[in-house]
Design a protein around this ligand. Sequence first.
Ligand code: GA4
Length: 358
Amino acid sequence: MVGLPKSALDHLGASPIGTRKSPTNSFDGVPDVVDLSAADACFRIVRACEEYGFFKVVKHGVPPEVSARLEEEAFGFFGLPQDVKEEGGPPDPFGYGTRMIGLNGDVGWVEFLLLPTDRGNASEKANSFFHGCLGESFRRAMEEYTARVKELTVEVLELIAEGLGIKERDVLSSMAMDERNDGCFRMNHYPPLKSKAPHEHSESDTMLGSTMNTGDGRRNLVGFGEHTDPQIISVLRSNDTAGLEIRLRDGRWVSVPSDQSSFFVCVGDTLQVLTNGRLRSVKHRVLVHDVNERARLSMIYFGSPARDKKISPLPWLLKSEEEQGGKSMYKEFTWGEYKDSAYKTNLSHDRLSLFEIS
Ligand code: GA4
């Protein structure tokens, strides 16, 4: 992992998100900070999505107490005895999970809750866990939070459409807010390495095979392995514990300084297809640093179309590209098909390659 080249920052004309130094990796911060209330927000967002597939949002309008309340509830949940939490697992994919991510053997130093946000598209088991074990005040806090974050998602998606020059401002937001949308919500809890959770670990654990060598004798574990999100966009908020890293287009990894008062947006694979590759999904991962004293807690809303929604490049964009000899780079698929195929892959797989037109 290396520093973000100064030239990239100059080119963006952006101020770095923040500064963080570590013995092995020194860099000046990551890509773009977008003030949602600024007049040029739509262009800054599109530029950040093109360059990085990732940006930080400030002046987002989500009251800090709404995030703080859910964070407190989440810490309460993850602090429960293991057998109580496991009543909500194993995830199907909704519910409580620990260490195992997906269905194909990926593991990480993480425990999580994955929950649907709309239309009760979860199994009966996951629903009864949500309505039973999680408790009324958790549910209220989550509903309040997800309602606010959905508003933010709509705003960001509308700004993206505007920045792309599309007249139909709600072309993307209406997909994510369709009453049958398949959006979901995830809370990832990364305990400090000193603690025994999320599993009584031993040196022979496969998870410890996922050690990242920082080259200075320190050990970072993979909390959540590198991947792109399959959905349209993901809107993430974490507490003040570091760990998130994104991969720049040239393959280098940079860490994202945590900032609990802001949101981070990741472009997902579906938005990449909808824009015929103009906006590209971002590879990201979470490392758990051995120096962390406190757990990292992230809360991510994944904006997603309905399962039967056909996904292909937006006609307006495609038409203007066709005028210049361009063509669709992807075979058409439904979101349901893409999601099902994603669950057959490993986390780090390049899932879109299956749908590319060669
Ligand atoms: C990554 C984004 C979301 O967290 C998620 C993840 C899902 C899971 O953990 O159940 C997946 C992963 C995510 C991508 C590939 C498949 C599916 C684990 C996995 C190996 C909920 C999602 O939609 O895709």
